[in-house]
Ligand binder design. Structure first.
Ligand SMILES: NC(=O)c1ccc[n+]([C@@H]2O[C@H](COP(=O)([O-])OP(=O)(O)OC[C@H]3O[C@@H](n4cnc5c(N)ncnc54)[C@H](OP(=O)(O)O)[C@@H]3O)[C@@H](O)[C@H]2O)c1
Length: 250
């Protein structure tokens, strides 16, 4: 039987690339977006139509909606890729609207509730991959909510690997540094403006100390995910896989 994988945040960026890569490899897919508008655009993608992927709109920051979605699930799943995430900056000394609840809800509590709700449907063996971040391994000023969510996601990865290992389910986190997506380019533009330089100059300066002298591509992240959900990765679990980027900023 064709193996089925659920991917969250599949409408764009890294999640879209993961979905395309897994479809190319012949997996059956369930793809999640945050709302109906992005779900509709995703349904129109050629690879979604040709692979007959199912697309669902579920707001991960809405605990009730996530539990409701999972409770109605039918059938087996080979894997879950918790990719969806948001990044909002806010310092401890800042005032105004604190994005803590929204960021933790989307990046940490949503994936927890979704995985918990679907775990009975996961095949044994099976696969869980959580897209964390380099900022799940180190702190950065102004990113406390985001870092807390990604440190937390790596924590879940390590606990679940221990809970599920005897059942043959592997659980890994992927920790990209900079990846060229809407999320990172928004950050680049904001930080460039703060420093009074062009986005191009900021990108060049940011890439200078990196091993590959550039951001990762979404496809490079997707290739690592494709390995981690494969049979070949059966002996790899409980790890947070840092991609090439070295963060050298405060
Ligand atoms: N880009 C980077 O440099 C980078 C680096 C390290 C880690 N990451 C992580 O990689 C993952 C993907 O990042 P990306 O750069 O591809 O982001 P992106 O381009 O901004 O895409 C985010 C995805 O998450 C979905 N999403 C956002 N809020 C949601 C919610 N409340 N409920 C359900 N889905 C929601 C979006 O769906 P809609 O379109 O429906 O809103 C979209 O599909 C994130 O977890 C991010 O933290 C990214």
């Amino acid at each position: 039987m064709t193996r089925r994988i659920l991917v969250t945040g599949a409408s764009r960026g890294i999640g879209l690339s993961i979905a395309q890569t897994l479809a190319d490899k012949g997996y059956a897919l369930d793809l999640l977006t945050s709302g109906e508008a992005s779900a509709e655009s995703l349904r129109a993608e050629a690879f979604v139509r040709s692979s007959q992927a199912r697309v669902h709109a579920v707001n991960l920051s809405d605990a009730h909606a996530v539990k409701d979605f999972a409770s109605k699930w039918q059938g087996e799943l080979w894997g879950i890729v918790n990719n969806a995430g948001i990044c909002k900056t806010f310092g401890l000394l800042d005032s105004g609207d604190d994005p803590l609840d929204e960021v933790l809800g989307t990046n940490l509590i949503g994936p927890y509730l979704l995985t918990k709700g679907l775990i009975a449907h996961l095949t044994r063996p099976g696969r869980i991959v959580n897209i964390a971040s380099q900022l799940g391994q180190e702190g950065r000023a102004g990113y406390s909510a985001y870092c807390a969510s990604k440190f937390g996601l790596i924590g879940l990865t390590k606990c679940w690997a221990k809970e599920l290992g005897a059942e043959g389910i592997t659980v890994n986190a992927v920790c990209p540094g900079w990846v060229g997506t809407e999320m990172s380019f928004k950050d680049v533009e904001r930080m460039a403006a703060e420093q009074g330089v062009s986005a191009e100059q900021f990108y060049k300066d940011t890439c200078a100390p990196l091993e590959l002298k550039r951001f990762n591509t979404p496809a490079e992240v997707a290739n690592l995910v494709a390995f981690l959900v494969s049979d070949e990765a059966s002996g790899v679990t409980g790890r947070d896989w840092l991609m090439h980027t070295v963060w050298n900023q405060s």
